[in-house]
Design a binder for this molecule. Structure first.
Ligand code: TXA
Ligand code: MG
Length: 353
């Protein structure tokens, strides 16, 4: 299949291109498009065959449900039912934005969207291209991240091209995405609500928006293997992992100095074994490793965790090209978007120290 890549202005997308893309979706085709978090791989949410194709081209297990994207709050009622009042009020305030809620699925929405579950994950993306595409179709769009299953989510159209070239009809390229990590996912069919995946909306903010305490299980932090019957199938699968061994050195009470010291120790041990080493560091600490004569990749500044998040997946994609045997990543504080960063880093690494 030939894939068309079309460039679009992220803020003022060309209406005729959005119309063309919507026509592709109407015919059962797949269109990759930018959101404010990562690029999504879109299909008409009400077309069973199109949705099944999404799983197929991503090589995604059929029991791992995808997110439904809406452009207006009223559209929520087309795909979901029994949404609690307090949730509706919260969504009125925080949509569009990087917040996904898991609610009861309306039976008329194909169950394949939800991997067979009777719930559905829904969000309203805050990106003019995504919103314009949903509006042009006039229906909700089912869209997981536009990467091959297990690979880091795409934050640029080039990443989508790497993973899905030749297997989708169209890729809308509007440049790099804003947040760089996927949306916060919260299950509001439970009381208290349960955090399924940390994202740009931090737990503190989420609790404020919902007006309720939220449960944050250890597996949502990426700290332990998920339970046998995890409420979110996505957490059962290994994610984001580069082929190169990734060692994560956690931030501990010994602070930033202690962290640098512990990273240095791991580097020296690896060098002694004759391995080629790279460190994935922060702007504040990068200088310390230069004396070791190894490659240093800077994710961003600790004082701006949003910058770190924005660069994270691109760096995880780049590790395998560094020609090293082991990459050692520094940990970050679990506040705000930092929890999302640590969840992704823990899932991507093979060793955590
Ligand atoms: O930012 C995002 O959320 C991006 C953009 C494209 O919107 N989308 C995204 O979708 O990350 P995906 O499919 O890669 O991740 C969806 C996550 C998975 O972990 C999945 O298991 C979980 O949400 N999920 C989806 N529906 C669910 C449901 N009904 N119950 C529990 N978890 C669900
Ligand atoms: Mg994904």
């Amino acid at each position: 299949m030939t894939t068309r890549v079309v460039r679009l202005d992220p803020l003022k997308p060309d209406r005729s291109v959005l119309e063309e893309a919507a026509e592709v979706l109407r015919k059962g085709g797949l269109v990759a498009f930018p959101t404010e978090t990562v690029y999504g791989l879109g299909a008409d949410a009400f077309s069973r065959t199109a949705v099944l194709r999404v799983y197929e081209v991503k090589r995604r297990p059929l029991d791992n449900p995808v997110i439904v994207h809406v452009s207006r709050l009223e559209m929520l009622g087309d795909v979901a039912e029994d949404v609690p009042q307090y949730v509706l009020r919260a969504l009125e305030r925080s949509w569009p934005g990087p917040l996904t809620v898991v609610v009861r699925r309306r039976p008329s929405l194909p169950k394949e969207v939800s991997g067979g579950l009777d719930t559905v994950a829904v969000r309203m993306p805050g990106h003019p291209v995504a919103l314009g595409l949903i509006e042009a179709l006039g229906k909700p769009i089912a869209a997981p991240s536009a990467n091959l299953s297990g690979r880091p989510s795409p934050t640029r159209a080039e990443h989508v091209v790497e993973d899905l070239w030749g297997s989708v009809e169209m890729i809308l390229d509007a440049g790099p995405t804003f947040f760089g990590v996927e949306s916060t996912v919260v299950d509001v069919t439970r009381d208290p609500p349960l955090l399924l995946r940390p994202g740009p909306i931090g737990v503190e903010e989420l609790e404020k928006v919902l007006g309720k305490g939220v449960d944050v299980p250890d597996w949502a932090r990426g700290l332990e293997g998920p339970p046998e019957r995890a409420p979110s199938p996505g957490v059962r699968y290994r994610h984001y992992a580069p082929r190169t061994t990734l060692v994560l050195v956690e931030l501990r009470p010994d602070g930033l100095q202690g962290l640098v010291r512990r990273v240095m120790n791991v580097v020296r041990e690896e060098l002694k074994k004759g391995r080629r080493v790279a460190v994935i560091a922060s702007r504040e600490t990068a200088e310390a490793y230069k004396s070791l004569g190894i490659k240093v990749v800077v994710l961003g500044a600790r004082e701006n965790l949003f910058e770190v998040a924005r660069n994270l997946f691109e760096v995880l994609r780049l590790i395998d090209g560094l020609e090293v045997d082991v990459a050692i990543a520094e940990g970050f504080e679990e506040i705000s978007i930092g929890l999302a960063i640590m969840n992704r880093l823990r899932k991507a690494s093979s060793v955590i120290v």
